[in-house]
Design a protein around this ligand. Structure first.
Ligand SMILES: Nc1ncnc2c1ncn2[C@@H]1O[C@H](COP(=O)(O)OP(=O)(O)O)[C@@H](O)[C@H]1O
Ligand SMILES: [Mg+2]
Length: 444
């Protein structure tokens, strides 16, 4: 049952309205048809009874030898048959005619007229099984006029207008319902689209707050929510920036004090720690500044962006240039904030080169509403249990290589933060045989 339901709200509303309307229509047309049947029966019965009286009088006035000829020439209305015979067709013991027929046909009209028109004998019987009434009227010379009366069965559905009306009304209603539901549902679709936009870009323009009262209220609520999210994100970033900024002063002071330490070994270690701290604070600060989210979302050629980052990386590390490659479409536009997205990709590609000695980027054409970018390297990969952990700020494996790569452990969290703000995600996987693969998904 559920399987046959249309998936969209408009489709379902339309379908239910359509079914309801058809039921109402069938009911209405049935009432109409039954009414018509009653009327039709009444008309037929009137016709038959007046024709019967006319027929009787004609027979009565006609000369005996010409009666049969005249009777043959008369055409009878449907439901009335007449014949002349020497015996009455009504047999003794015949059941009475169906009451409905007596009521409709008014047999008494025959005997109600002036005395000279009355039959000398009138027998009435019926065959209820067939819905027939049989009347035998005796003519003055002894001959009988036998009448067989039945009303044709009603055929309320046998009407071209019924079907035509049904089809026409259904069709007209279908167009109206289709149009109306689409119109009614439009705000819902727009709300969904706005929510989707907000998921990709907190700075997406607000929804128009017009239309019917409920729609305007929903749009206002949505815009308020979007503003709160924006403010929340902004406040957090600002706090991060303020904290890292203010930490720099005590670090500088500590560095000055460390210079006064007498123990050379201790001084060297302390200064190294302070260098680390400063690097962390600086990385945090620059991230907080870049990510202040003022950069507008625009259409960006992702293929070109990836190639630019790869080229920059090759320029920075000429000895690894032959281990850098790109595969994928020439052009692929997505909506993005190019500067921050470039920073995210640079972090991933930088990691691949630093820890995996190679960066092979593979961009896939949009599929199911997302584009995928794979960045593969040839290094040792990451133990499975740490694949998620390395996305935490300042989390680094191989601390021994700290100095060598100069990282602070913020590259992956920053990349993920940026890509998620675009409505996408980044995860790490180990390659089939070797190396690490960073899988970036972005909304197409
Ligand atoms: N391609 C990679 N191959 C192996 N290990 C990696 C790779 N990328 C990242 N890692 C590990 O994840 C840690 C965190 O990476 P990241 O957040 O970029 O910080 P950073 O590069 O500054 O150390 C790195 O220190 C490294 O140990
Ligand atoms: Mg890094």
């Amino acid at each position: 049952m559920i399987r046959f339901l249309p998936s969209s709200l408009a489709g379902r509303t339309g379908l239910f309205l359509m079914i309801a309307l058809m039921i109402v229509q069938v009911a209405g047309l049935t009432i109409h048809a039954l009414d018509r049947v009653d009327l039709q029966r009444l008309v037929e019965a009137r016709e038959i009874s007046s024709r019967t009286v006319g027929l009787w009088r004609t027979m009565l006035l006609a000369p005996t030898e010409r009666r049969a000829g005249i009777l043959a020439e008369l055409d009878m209305p449907p439901g009335l048959e007449a014949e002349l015979a020497d015996w009455p067709a009504v047999r003794p013991g015949m059941p009475p005619p169906p009451p409905s027929l007596i009521r409709l046909l008014r047999v008494d009209a025959l005997i109600a007229g002036p005395a000279r028109f009355r039959p000398s004998e009138l027998l009435v019987g019926g065959r209820p099984a067939l819905g027939e009434m049989i009347a035998s009227l005796r003519l003055p010379d002894g001959e009988w006029l036998n009448l067989r009366v039945s009303l044709p069965p009603p055929r309320p559905w046998h009407s071209e207008t019924f079907l035509a009306a049904f089809v026409l009304m259904t069709f007209a209603a279908m167009i109206l319902i289709f149009w109306a539901t689409r119109r009614l549902i439009r705000p819902v679709r727009e709300l969904a689209r706005a929510a989707d936009r907000l998921g990709r870009d907190v700075n997406a323009p607000p929804m128009p707050e017009n239309g019917p009262a409920e729609v305007a209220t929903a749009a206002r609520a949505f815009n308020t929510m979007a503003a709160r999210i924006r403010r929340y994100v902004g406040d957090r970033t600002q706090m991060l920036a303020a904290m890292s900024h203010d930490l720099r002063t005590p670090i500088t002071r500590l560095r000055l004090r460390a210079e006064f330490l007498d123990d050379d070994e201790q001084r060297r270690k302390m200064l190294a720690d302070l260098d680390d701290m400063e690097a962390m604070v600086n990385a945090t600060l620059s991230f907080a500044r870049d990510d202040s989210a003022d950069e507008p979302s625009v259409w960006v050629d992702l293929a070109a962006l990836v190639r630019t980052v790869l080229d920059d990386a090759a320029d920075a590390a000429p000895d690894k240039a032959e281990n850098i490659s790109y595969a994928g479409p020439e052009r692929l536009t997505v909506r993005a904030r190019p500067l921050v997205l470039k920073r995210a990709l640079a972090n991933l590609i930088g990691n691949a080169l630093n820890y995996g000695n190679a960066a092979h980027a593979r961009l896939e054409a949009p599929h199911g509403g997302v584009v995928r970018l794979y960045i593969e390297d040839e290094g040792p990969g990451i133990p499975p249990e740490s694949l998620e952990a390395v996305f935490q700020p300042f989390r680094r494996l191989e601390t021994s290589r700290n100095r060598e790569t100069g990282g602070t452990g913020l590259g992956l969290p920053i990349a993920r933060n940026i890509i998620r703000a675009h409505g996408g995600d980044v995860v790490l996987k180990n390659g089939v045989s070797k190396g690490l693969v960073a899988v970036v998904t972005l909304p197409a």
